[in-house]
Design a protein around this ligand. Structure first.
Ligand code: SF4
Length: 74
């Protein structure tokens, strides 16, 4: 189980090894879990027709994480 875009997804590539617990929860829930179809990156790319910004989280928030911390901004 997991997202079909995982291997070429910039968000996944950038944050999959981040030690921050919030990133791991998001990745486990969306990229590797049941919420994959609800990913806002997919929605963005479907509606906008281009790649979503690297820091657009699957939840629809934008991350400004540093040193393993995740700060969500709208
Ligand atoms: S961020 Fe979205 S598109 Fe990327 S791997 Fe995770 S669920 Fe798939």
């Amino acid at each position: 189980m997991g997202c079909e875009k995982m291997k070429r997804c910039p968000f996944f590539a950038k944050f999959k090894d981040n030690f921050g617990k919030h990133y791991q929860v998001i990745i486990q829930s969306y990229c590797q879990g049941r919420l994959s179809d609800m990913c806002k990156r997919k929605k963005y790319e479907s509606e906008e027709g281009g790649l979503a910004p690297d820091n657009l989280c699957p939840s629809g928030h934008y991350s400004k994480g540093q040193n393993g911390f995740l700060i969500l901004v709208n």
